[in-house]
Design a protein around this ligand. Structure first.
Ligand SMILES: Cc1cc2nc3c(=O)[nH]c(=O)nc-3n(C[C@H](O)[C@H](O)[C@H](O)COP(=O)(O)O)c2cc1C
Length: 512
């Protein structure tokens, strides 16, 4: 058994998967198009149960939906229409594009390389028009397939060490990640992408749940083997990464765990052959939890990493008020979203930037962020073109709602370089870099903290995407040169690790 407390494992994985100028140039990897993995998991023998397709208009402003959540103990049970809508707005196919070699089915949330390695499953009791069971969600057909009948929530509750949100949830959405589907392009760095891509999906899920009146909570602590067994996934290929408890029933009779047998369900191979990257499986094993007791002790007590008191020039945020802000509803904004492929080099306003930062960072309901409002990542910015803000490097003081200037100057070229020598970050109005004090996070959460910090960055990025598109701006996630990002923001960022990057601005081609 590997040990979550042996922190060497996370450091080893993190250091081995850093991008640098040298590592990118010396990597002989190329894309084997003939062996491209299918973006869909297909169960060969199970009948699909079509889901209702009507998109209900919630009318809830995206900028409210991403910023707010319902109190955890709000009684609410999703019906199948609500569940369908949440699945659609999180992982549904929202557009497709043909190209000479095939077709890309783009989904509601951004995902590295449009490879969509995150699969969704449902564990529920009886809800209106859906019997208790364990289901797989097929975005291609917009259908569920029942893997197991009966109420398995007791097993899930036990696997999460009695996490209250799961124990009281009528429905839990389980997110798994499939190594090969993303590693085909990104090799061993894919394990970081699990957090990012699962995170953007969860940002949509949380916003959709809020708009539909459902409390929701992200749960990262669970006994891995028990959840993987419940979903009957081949854990050398696909692993449970996060859970999202949906709804709440105060007096839910507690179920006892049911015996879980192997299902031996046939699934269609993703590719002719798969390449294994053992570093990821090792990282996963080293961050796995093995007992309900270990899980119960794992959650909560988030390390509070306070930023140094500002010493540089400060600029208070000036977000739009509720009355002034754009009121485009969440379902419209999710359908409009798509990563900017080119930014117009025109400025955005400080009010727009402030609104994105303030709304995206109001707190995430998650078992690793307690007290609610805690955050693992710090946000550092390269501002290229924001009216009311001098170009330069900044750090965001969330508690004080202000930006501190670390160095003034035009850093467009540096932004492009740090973002793996791509044009997008140099053309964007602002780049948000997520950096975290991995040392203290791993100290508190063990290797599992590595999953949590990547997942949180993904959720925050997903919220930033939605906050941008709500204001008819654009956004894109980006990858980066790890150590050079830290170097650029140092001495302030000394000792921190680069976790993720999002560029914001006006898209050259606006979506309607
Ligand atoms: C974490 C993350 C990193 C990304 N990195 C890059 C990148 O380095 N370069 C790029 O052009 N696009 C990047 N993207 C954008 C994806 O390619 C895009 O999300 C995907 O093609 C799906 O398209 P959509 O976002 O328009 O739906 C990234 C997206 C995410 C979520």
């Amino acid at each position: 058994m590997t040990d979550n407390r042996n922190l060497e494992a996370a450091w080893e994985y993190h250091n081995a998967t850093k991008h640098s100028r040298a590592s990118v140039r010396s990597n002989p990897h190329f894309l084997d198009w003939a062996n491209q993995p299918s973006p869909f998991k297909i169960y060969a023998t199970l009948e699909p149960l079509p889901m209702p397709r009507e998109v209900r208009q919630t009318g809830v402003a995206a900028l409210s939906a991403i910023a707010e959540s319902l109190p955890a103990q709000t009684d609410a049970v999703p019906d199948v229409e609500t569940l369908a809508q949440i699945l659609y707005l999180s992982a549904g196919i929202t557009r497709h594009r043909k190209y000479p070699g095939g077709e890309i089915f783009f989904r509601a949330a951004a995902c590295t390389g449009a490879l969509y390695e995150v699969e969704l499953y449902i564990v529920c009791g009886d809800i209106r028009r859906l019997e208790a069971g364990v289901y797989h969600f097929s975005p291609g057909e917009f259908a569920l397939r029942r893997l197991r009948g009966g109420d398995c929530r007791g097993t899930l509750s036990e696997a999460t060490g009695g996490e209250p949100a799961i124990a009281h949830a009528p429905v839990t959405i389980l997110c798994t990640c499939t190594y090969w589907r993303n590693a085909w392009k990104y090799q061993a760095r894919t394990y970081r992408h699990f957090g990012w891509d699962n995170g953007t999906l969860l940002a949509n899920l949380l916003a959709a749940a809020t708009a539909l009146g459902m409390p929701a909570k992200v749960v990262c602590g669970f006994v891995d083997e028990d959840v993987n067994r419940l979903l009957d996934v081949d854990s050398d290929r696909e692993v449970a990464f996060s859970l999202a408890a949906l709804g709440y029933v105060a007096d839910l009779p507690q179920q006892s765990p049911s015996p879980i047998s192997a299902l031996h369900l046939e699934t269609v191979p993703l590719s002719r052959r798969e390449i294994d990257y053992p570093a990821m499986r090792e990282m996963h094993a080293a961050s796995s939890l093995h007992s309900a007791k270990e899980v119960a002790a794992w959650r909560g007590n988030t390390p509070q990493t306070e930023l140094l008191t500002p010493t540089g020039p400060i600029v208070p945020l000036e977000p739009y008020s509720n009355e002034e802000m754009a009121r485009d509803p969440i379902e419209q904004v999710i359908l409009r979203r798509g990563s900017s492929r080119k930014f117009a080099q025109t400025p955005i306003s400080l009010v727009q930037l402030s609104t994105m930062l303030e709304r995206a960072t109001r707190g995430i309901p998650a078992d690793f962020l307690i007290p609610q409002g805690a955050q693992l990542n710090d946000l550092y910015l390269i501002v290229n073109a924001v009216e009311g803000l001098d170009p330069g490097a900044y750090v965001y003081h969330r508690d004080r709602q202000m930006l501190e200037c670390l160095k003034a100057g035009n850093f467009r070229a540096e932004a492009g370089y740090l973002g793996l020598e791509q044009l997008l970050p140099s053309e964007a109005a602002a780049n948000i870099f997520f950096l975290a004090d991995l040392q203290s996070i791993l100290q508190r959460f063990g290797n599992r903290g590595y999953r949590a910090v990547q997942l949180e960055a993904g959720i925050l990025s997903g919220k930033l995407y939605l906050a941008a598109y709500a204001q008819r701006l654009g956004a894109t996630g980006l990858t980066f040169y790890d150590d050079e990002v830290t170097g650029f923001f140092s001495p302030h960022a000394e000792g921190k690790s680069a976790i993720m990057l999002v560029a914001l601005g006006k898209s050259a081609k606006a979506r309607i």
